[in-house]
Design a protein. Sequence first.
Length: 430
Amino acid sequence: MFRILRYVIFISLISSGYYFFISEYFNLLEKNLLEKEIVKKEILEEKKEIIEENKEEAALPNIEKNIDKSKYVEKKIEILQGDTFVSILENLNFKQKKIYEIVSKIEDTFDLKKIKTGEIISLFENKFGEIIKIEFFKDSETIISIDLDKEINLNIRVLRKESFIESKEYTITESLFSDGIENGVSPDILVKIIRLFSFDLDFQRDIRVDTIVSVSYEFDEIVETGRLEYNDIKYASIKIDGKQLEYFKFFTEDGYVDYFNREGKNVKKSILKTPLDGARISSNFGMRKHPISGFNKMHKGVDFAAPTGTPIYAGGNGIVEYVGRNGGYGKYIRIRHNNGYKTAYAHLSNYKKGISKGVRVNQGEVIGYVGSTGNSTGPHLHYEIIYQNKHINPLKLKLPSGKILDGKELEKFQVEYKMIYADHLSMLYE
């Protein structure tokens, strides 16, 4: 009996031990699995965060690159004596193929030989120091821009300009020019005043202290650069000892900008006797021994000695009939005027830009520059006046009066000059 009881107790202990072992084993197994699941979940979360961070980091360079495309550093290069556009690109380490492509693109629109010493070329670099754009001025209000970022693209950008009218009045204490500068009048406008009144006044003898100068003129401002360009005088007056000379701008029916007094009489004579400033006569009209051939020959004009490059003015309103080389005359211009007259200008060094056959010019407008081309022993202007195909002596020419307005043209002028004068006074005293 005792042995049976011992046996039962032994079996019970073994069964209880096995039960506890199995229970703990499964508890531990479940706990481990749970911990593994938690760890796995945490790992996955961390991995997901890492992946997301990597995606963000991978996107950043592209964002920065896009931003940097709109950011650049501007550098300016001044064109020095002996520089060419090609030599500048070579100094910037552009490859020859690239230089050829850039130059070819530009010269479809603009002659690079026209870029002058002292002008500025702007270079735009990205953050890597790569030149992505080149810009320079075609003229005072136009910029040529060459984009090099991907393909070579050329753009011409016309700068915005605003037009203004300004009026000034001052009293002379020293000279028309110096007192004008002192009172804020542009030198360009002062030169135009002197030319306008040179038919009526000797500025060395007639102008005196207390002379009153009054002027209204037009000018443009290039908005992006602030550059000012002075245009026509609208009204000008010089009052000396109570006597007044005044002229108003008017666009005539035959297509000229001209100046008239209140009665409609033109400020200008029909033909200028001397079409340049500060020159001396070096050879008169008439028979003379030719300085090169040595033979006696009729000299059909007057020679004015002057330095090379001295501006030459149109002798009167007219249309350019001939411009180009003309045998012994060298570089030559001939202008046809409305009253049967023609004027001719020989031995020029160059023509003013824009002067070509058929172009309409105003008296006093620069048409070319003194030189020594053709049969010439030194820089001078040979000036001829031709009337009905006969050469006449410019210095003995009895000059007819300039244009006098009448009829409807006079009526139109009278309306316009009153408006110009009212605006001038309004701006002076506002």
